[in-house]
Ligand binder design. Structure first.
Ligand code: ME8
Length: 501
């Protein structure tokens, strides 16, 4: 049995339409999946929706719909967006599906039977917005809205029992929580006393959730339910073969807002269930707009559909991947979007294709010329192109996606410079065969760049390969065959005018 590369996104709350933050994590997962596929690995990519809990229930009520009607109405919007964004997920899980409910109830029963769940009366400060009890210190911080005193009998998960085990695990597995500074945050958190986790909500207060198998007066706390999607979506308790192929997940991609629930709740739940932990949890930063996080509650979100309709899916994917240094926050501005589009895509990448197809059209009847024998200058291009595969692979494996893209663009810029210096349009007048070698060298380097950009820009990088009549899988030098007729094409990335936009 061959282990698949298993990657997940958070399952998003269905309280409103998807926004650019949701699009970002999902595109990132798609880029990584396509990259691993291109390396010949089998992959499994899971995404989905978090449909239970108070937030969704409130959103439904505000629309005068039942929670299920509300979810059924919004779920297609996520699916449509994923389609528009060229997201190739393998499964899309909704937590209201029977396959998931079954796993949540079995997990609860198992934890209950092993003594990890107990009932207790609890009195404390409850944040309605956060849907959880908060500590006295958290209350005093003033960061929480809608706080009220609540006393109720609930069911608790013995999270504290696993505190030391988790600390040891994180210290022994340095790439479990990434990036490093987030790991240190969690270690700091775990060095304070850890309380048990309240995993139930009385039905009289919240009805919308999965009923506890051992107490029908309660539903399951939304996080205990949602986190289990990573195993219910990969065959746990339903398809042993699939689960063995997938689990442990290679990477849970999440935003930094939900690190504690993943690093602490999820890990201790897995300890209790005797399921191995995922290989790593990566928390990326936030997309900000005017220095605040883009979020539904702030109402400052950019609608990804508008951007795609206006500029096409590839530039949007490119911008989001190129502009964020994974682990840090990034600022979204239309100005930086247009600048990035014009410099990298119009001036560098798109322009190289235009120049080459124009010159090959004019001097070689539109057919790829013979490579001929290479001069030292040609060799420099060839060597740079040959080195790209190794460096891009290393960078992607370290999740330095922006650096990997930049490495490809550096090659593209180097080839544009090479064209200026070699001036094949002049050489063609006296030495057609030499002009052919220059054009072959530049076109082959462009082909290799396009192969490396495919995971990020699946449509337009493929278009470049189609124009060149070249295979998409071969990242080594020599994929372009002399005599191949280039296809006619329009400018792939026409420049955007900043004033007009
Ligand atoms: O937290 N920048 O769902 P959610 C970057 N249902 N990424 C962002 C972002 C931003 N401004 N805003 C959102 C939930 N995201 C739970 C998850 S998982 C078992 C349950 C992305 O709809 C980022 O990945 O609030 C973040 O972690 C996620 O959307 C939160 O989505």
């Amino acid at each position: 049995m061959k282990k698949k590369f298993y990657i997940t996104t958070p399952i998003y709350y269905v309280n409103d339409k998807p926004h650019i933050g949701h699009a970002y994590t999902t595109i990132l997962a798609d880029v990584l999946t396509r990259f691993h596929k291109s390396q010949g690995q089998e992959t499994f990519f899971l995404t989905g929706l978090d449909e239970h809990g108070q937030k969704v229930e409130q959103a439904a009520r505000a629309r005068n719909l039942s929670p299920k009607e509300h979810c059924d109405d919004l779920a297609p919007r996520f699916l449509q967006l994923w389609e528009k964004l060229e997201i190739q997920y393998d499964d899309f899980i909704r937590t209201t599906e029977a396959r998931h409910v079954k796993v949540v109830q079995s997990a609860l029963q198992q934890a209950y039977d092993s003594g990890d769940i107990y009932s207790d009366e609890y009195e404390g400060w409850y944040s309605v917005a956060e849907e959880r009890f908060i500590t006295e210190t958290e209350k005093e911080s003033g960061d929480f809205r809608d706080v009220k005193k609540l006393k109720e009998c609930n069911w608790f998960f013995r999270m504290s029992k696993y505190q030391q085990k988790l600390l040891d695990y994180i210290e022994d597995n340095p790439s479990y929580i990434l990036p490093e500074h987030r790991k240190n945050e969690i270690l700091g958190f775990l060095r304070q006393p850890l309380s048990d986790l309240c995993i139930s909500r009385p039905k009289e207060r919240l009805n919308w959730g999965i009923e506890l198998p051992f107490d029908q007066d309660y539903v399951t706390y939304v996080w205990f339910d949602a986190l289990l999607n990573y195993v219910s979506g990969s065959g746990y308790l339903s398809d042993d073969k699939k689960f063995k192929e997938c689990w442990p997940a290679d990477i849970h991609l999440i935003g930094k807002d939900i690190l504690t629930t993943h690093a602490v709740y999820w890990s201790t739940m897995l300890f209790s269930l005797n399921i191995p932990l995922p290989k790593s949890i990566f928390a990326h930063g936030w997309w900000m707009l005017d220095k605040s996080k883009m979020s539904k509650s702030l109402g400052n979100v950019v609608n990804p559909l508008d951007l795609i309709d206006e500029y096409g899916v590839d530039p949007v994917r490119y911008y989001l991947m190129r502009e964020m240094v994974l682990g840090q926050d990034a600022n979204f501005t239309m100005e930086s979007f247009i600048k990035r589009f014009n410099s990298d895509l119009a001036n560098d990448f798109g322009n190289l294709l235009n120049r080459l197809s124009g010159l090959i059209g004019k001097n070689f009847d539109g057919c790829v010329p013979e490579e001929g024998s290479l001069t030292d200058d040609d060799q420099l291009i060839k060597q740079a192109a040959e080195k790209l595969d190794k460096s891009v692979t290393e960078m992607v494996n370290q999740l330095k996606i922006n650096d990997a893209i930049e490495a490809v663009l550096q090659l593209v810029r180097m080839v544009n410079k090479y064209m200026e210096v070699q001036a094949p349009w002049k050489v063609a007048k006296t030495d057609l065969s030499r002009a052919g070698t220059i054009l072959y060298t530049a076109a082959e380097a462009l082909r290799i760049s396009a192969v490396h950009l495919l995971p990020v820009m699946p449509i337009r990088a493929q278009k470049v390969l189609d124009v060149l009549g070249a295979p998409k899988s071969l990242a080594q030098w020599g994929g372009l065959k002399a005599g191949t007729k280039l296809k006619e094409h329009e400018a792939l990335f026409p420049r955007l005018e900043i004033d007009k936009e």
